[in-house]
Design a protein around this ligand. Structure first.
Ligand code: HEC
Ligand code: HEC
Length: 456
């Protein structure tokens, strides 16, 4: 009798527990969907056309859907393959400042794929440096070079990812004849660099011609033929006369074509936008909600790559003011310090820098144009406090959107998690070539780097 009663009691308990369990999980599931539904609404209202698809990146595989292409540089798969190799090819670096630098560097010395296509140190150095270390952190000036002889710029390298969404290249937007540079023609003659804009090209095509020269590289028929690239140029550029086919311009075009295919379309937020709601964690969804809501980040970061064609002053320090490491060839008089005004010469553009894309920033480790922040949490805290750090930037230039956000500690944590991992595509190494036709070591080919990179 007693045993029977106990059994009944146990059964009742079991049923009750089961009831609690199912209601709990049902509520949990409801919570999740309501979090997704809420986020969909927020992203929608924070998108340029009221459609969450505004934020979806192209995969780069279907060439026809890639935006902002240059009609002078029609994409084809051979061109992309050629650009992928030349971007990593130390054998085109034949104008070093000293003999020891010959063939020791490439574009990818400062744009390392596994470092989200940016440099391993706050300032990238190509010619005049040696070593690679771990992800480029062990690259330092070669003692045989003076600081003035190395190839380095006065800003943190921009990552060469999601460039299909960039029409005016560099932090100051100096390159490219269209988009925001329409109407700036009068300043294109100011130096030999921006004269390239008179060719009527998109930002990437224009930028790369100059980058090849600035970074001490070249291309011509005998080099293409010697290195084995001639057949690829022929297949990539059949419409260009042979006399012009193996040049800085076609090399630039091939690299620009390659750039347009590099997108972070496999990041969790991208998967979520395409309907895979399990791709983001609850915390990432909360962080995204802040990005597209309370924190107002979308006001400036609102394209598929989360950049925008705009320039703002946030009053951050410049590269020469960094306290981490010695930097070369920059200082208070560097034109880059003036931001967009360093290009346009207009007082209203002073200290304004372009709104950069926000994907795959986790491994970069240096943020803003001067690399003044070392973690994404510090960046979020900077926006939350909204106190400009650089006293040289007048308050009147600072953007009105830069104001205290009143985010709680927990909200700062959630927003940081969205930036760090919700926007992180771990598959970027798929954009690396298997080898370059010279079979040299890349990204760098100096003796120290060859050891660090296991090329010996
Ligand atoms: C010495 C380091 C270094 C090397 C080598 C280098 N870059 Fe860069 N790259 C930078 C820096 C720094 C910036 C940002 C400069 C600025 O905006 O003022 C940049 C910016 C860019 C941008 C602009 C991206 C954007 O979002 O606007 C492109 C495109 C680019 N580089 C392509 C190349 C190509 C192509 C090569 C090889 C021909 C190359 N880079 C070699 C350091 C380097
Ligand atoms: C007023 C427009 C504006 C708003 C609002 C804004 N940003 Fe930005 N953001 C920029 C500009 C411009 C830069 C580059 C500034 C510089 O380096 O001088 C930038 C840089 C960044 C960077 C560094 C990227 C890099 O490659 O170094 C991150 C991360 C970032 N923003 C995240 C956010 C987040 C998160 C929010 C919301 C809390 C936000 N931004 C709000 C304009 C804005």
């Amino acid at each position: 009798m007693f045993a029977k009663k106990l059994l009944a009691f146990q059964l009742l308990c079991l049923l009750f527990a089961g009831y609690i369990f199912t209601t709990c999980t049902r509520e949990l599931a409801q919570d999740e969907t309501s979090l997704d539904e809420k986020l969909i609404k927020q992203v929608k209202s924070a998108s340029p056309n009221g459609d969450i698809r505004d934020y979806i990146l192209v995969s780069g595989e279907n060439l026809a859907e890639i935006p902002n292409q240059d009609p002078k540089n029609i994409l084809n798969s051979t061109k992309i393959k050629l650009g992928k190799m030349l971007f990593h090819e130390p054998a085109i670096g034949i104008f070093p400042n000293k003999p020891v630098g010959m063939n020791s560097f490439s574009c990818s010395s400062c744009h390392i794929a596994s470092k989200s296509f940016t440099a391993g140190r706050i300032q990238g150095i190509a010619d005049g440096a040696e070593g690679f270390g771990n992800l480029g952190n062990g690259r330092n000036k070669n003692p045989l070079y003076t600081g003035d002889e190395v190839d380095a710029q006065g800003a943190r390298p921009l990552p060469t990812i999601n460039l299909a969404y960039v029409r005016n290249a560099l932090w100051a937007g100096s390159f490219g004849s269209f988009s925001l540079n329409v109407g700036t023609e009068s300043v294109w003659h100011q130096d030999t660099l921006t004269e390239v804009n008179f060719l009527g090209l998109e930002g990437l095509e224009a930028n790369n011609i100059r980058a090849l020269q600035v970074h001490r590289m070249t291309m011509n028929e005998s080099l293409a033929s010697y290195l084995g690239y001639k057949a690829l140029f022929d297949e990539a550029f059949p419409e260009i006369p042979v006399s012009e086919r193996y040049s800085l311009k076609t090399t630039s075009f091939a690299i620009a074509a390659y750039f347009r295919t590099i997108t972070t379309h496999e990041a969790p937020f991208q998967k979520w936008l395409k309907g895979d709601h399990a791709a983001m964690t609850e915390q990432q969804k909360k962080g995204a909600g802040l990005f597209f809501g309370k924190a107002g980040c979308y006001r400036c970061h609102n394209s598929p790559s989360l950049n925008s064609f705009n320039f703002f002053a946030l009053g951050v320090y410049d590269l020469y003011e960094n306290k981490i490491t010695e930097v070369f060839r920059t200082g208070a008089n560097d034109k880059r310090v003036k931001g967009r005004a360093g290009f346009t010469g207009k007082p209203e553009d002073l200290y304004k820098f372009k709104v950069p894309q926000l994907y795959n920033l986790k491994p970069v480790g240096f943020y803003f144009h001067g690399g003044s922040k070392q973690s994404l949490r510090e960046v979020v805290e900077y926006f939350n406090k909204a106190e400009p750090e650089n006293p040289l930037v007048p308050k009147s230039q600072i953007s009105g959107f830069f104001h205290p956000l009143n985010l709680t500690e927990q909200e700062v944590t959630d927003l940081t998690e969205f930036l760090e991992n919700g926007l992180y595509d771990p598959t970027l190494e798929k954009y690396l070539p298997d080898h370059v036709l010279s079979f040299m070591c890349f990204p760098n080919n100096d003796m120290k780097s060859r050891k660090d990179l296991n090329c010996e």
